[in-house]
Structure formats: C-alpha cells, structure tokens
Design a protein around this ligand. Structure first.
Ligand code: SF4
Ligand code: SF4
Length: 316
C-alpha cells in the first residue's frame, strides 16, 4: 500500500481531502468521501478514531473505489487543529456567528445559541464576527492511548508538530516511526518556528525513518481556507517552497488556506509540489448538496456536486 501512495505523490497530482483532525460529523464524512473519491481524490485525512475510519470506508464502498488511502491525524499537546469552541453567557443572540460557521455547527435553540461539538472543527471563524467575545476555546486530546489499534485500518498517519515543547515532538515522532509501518506525514507549519528552526527540526525527524516513507504537508495558515483567492493560499505555497528548497523530504504537499488556485499558484512560482490537501474550501463548495438528507438518493444532486468536486480535484 505504501508503494501506491508513493506513486500517487510522485505523479504530482495528489489530491488529499482534509475532513478535519477534529471533525466528528460522521454522516457528512461518509458523504464527502463518497463524493470526492468518485471525483478522483484518492487520499483522505480523518480524525484519529475508528468511527471516522469506518465512516470513510462506508463512503468508499458507496463510490466503489478501492485504490484510495486513509490517513488519521494526531498532534502534540495543544495542537491547534484539535481545539473546539463553545459559547458563554455573554451571548446577546445577534445571530452573526450562525452564518459565519462553514461547518453548520452553530444553531439557535430555545432562545440560546449552541455549538455542536461533533461538527465544530475549531477554525475560529465565529470568534471574528462575535461583537461580545462570547466564544471560548477548549482543547481535545489526540488519541495516543489507543492509536496502535487504528494502524491496521489506515495507510498513513499524520503528525501535527505544533508545539513549543521540542522534547514532546521527538518523543511522539519516535513512537510513530517505531510502531507504524505505513507512510508518515508531518504537518509542518511556520507558526511558532523560525524558518531555520523548522528546517532543522524536519531534518532531524527524517533521521528516524526512511525519508521515502515520509511526506510533509506544508501548512500555510492552518484552517484558514474558504476563499478561492491567490492571497489565501500564498502562505501554503511559500511554506512548501521553503521545505522543497531545503531538500529535507522527497514528498511535499500543501495545506492551510488551500483552494482551487493553489496548484496554479505553485506552478506560476515554480514550486514543484507533489499535490494539494484541501479542507475548508473543498467542504464549503459542496456543503449545500452534502447536507441534503436525500444526497445519496437524488442522482441529479449527486451529479451536480460531483461536477463541482471534480473541477477542484482536477485543478491539481
Ligand atoms: S466557525 Fe469554526 S470554530 Fe466556530 S463553531 Fe464553526 S467550526 Fe467551530
Ligand atoms: S455572534 Fe456572539 S453574540 Fe452573536 S449570537 Fe453568536 S455568540 Fe451570540
């Protein structure tokens, strides 16, 4: 299986759908995997749980695709991809947050605003529209205790190294390199690291395992996707440029603010990425179809969503 993923990356056309390290909306995960696998995507990034993996497998069964790869994400303590938000008593019920949330996680019920914690992915969009700072974040922890039980169900494990605790990064990385035999992905963001520091850490991480079995996901501005502009994807391409020029790893893809323009921007700037991982933007452009209860029973709706998803996958 690792060979197939290496070949997909080497094609420079790898499209990875990020379902969200924090996304526990399993019904939607099944629909998105069914849709995007039918559209040609072969790589899916999920929260580290059996439920997420089973939901993704159900999606692949629906589309009938077997040459796809499932990846689970784990992080160090305080990984920003694992934060979620709740609303405190400051809320004045203005309603501004409801429309700002791309995940459909916020709703008004009994004259109170609620965040569905299964749907919240911690993107923090809601915080920027709230006039009274009513959103509070809380942190979920990665499933390190039972992680090894998930290894047989996936082809890739992604490690988010967002930590000021360098010892923790190498401790967790050592565990993964010793215990997981598939492809490892490092989600590398410049947030909190200087360029020199980031490259030094990545170089050291490469000494733990055959670099051919490691890929790097250059993360621009984590969870900032949604808009289809060059500006929103610029940091992702810039981060990939830094990593590729450092020759640390044979496979580099981008994430964090990615959209339909990411691959085009990378080509314009001569940044030879192996592919693009897209999250918020990919989910947003099909959300009205996917959230329809009749999604799987309405061929016309599925075809319309498939056209949109195929264009995005084809942009890489
Ligand atoms: S906008 Fe983002 S952080 Fe806020 S509730 Fe929705 S998913 Fe959660
Ligand atoms: S934006 Fe803030 S004040 Fe307005 S409904 Fe949402 S939580 Fe309440």
């Amino acid at each position: 299986m690792i060979k197939g993923l290496q070949e997909y990356l080497a094609s420079n056309k790898c499209f990875k759908l990020i379902l969200g390290a924090n996304n526990e909306n399993y019904e939607e995960i099944t629909k998105l995997v069914a849709l995007y696998s039918a559209a040609g995507c072969r790589f899916f990034d999920l929260n580290a749980s059996e439920d997420a993996l089973l939901a993704a497998q159900a999606g692949l069964e629906y589309s009938g695709k077997s040459d796809c790869y499932l990846c689970i994400s784990v992080g160090t303590e305080g990984d920003k991809h694992l934060s979620k938000y709740q609303i405190n008593n400051n809320c004045i019920l203005c309603g501004a947050c409801e429309g700002a949330c791309l995940e459909g996680a916020i709703r008004k019920d009994n004259e109170k605003m609620h965040v569905d914690d299964k749907k919240c992915i911690g993107c923090a969009r809601c915080t920027s529209v709230c006039p009274v700072s009513a959103f509070e974040s809380y942190q979920k922890k990665s499933n390190w205790e039972n992680l090894d039980k998930l290894f047989p169900l996936c082809e890739c494990v992604e490690f988010h190294m967002d930590s000021n605790n360098r010892d923790e990064i190498f401790e967790k990385w050592e565990y993964l390199t010793k215990n997981f035999k598939g492809m490892l992905s490092i989600n590398a963001s410049r947030v909190g690291f200087s360029d020199v520091e980031l490259v030094d850490i990545l170089k050291k991480m490469m000494t733990y395992k055959n670099p051919e079995e490691i890929m790097i996901q250059a993360d621009g501005l984590p969870m900032s996707g949604g808009a289809d502009t060059y500006n929103s994807t610029l940091q992702a391409v810039s981060c990939a440029d830094l990593i590729i020029n450092s020759n640390v790893c044979p496979y580099v893809i981008t994430s964090g603010g990615t959209n339909a323009k990411t691959a085009e921007l990378a080509r314009m700037l001569n940044v030879p990425i192996n592919g693009v991982a897209v999250g918020s933007y990919a989910r947003k452009i099909v959300k009205d179809y996917v959230r329809d209860d009749n999604f799987f029973n309405n061929d016309e709706k599925f075809s319309s969503a498939l056209k949109i998803a195929s264009e995005l996958v084809g942009s890489v």
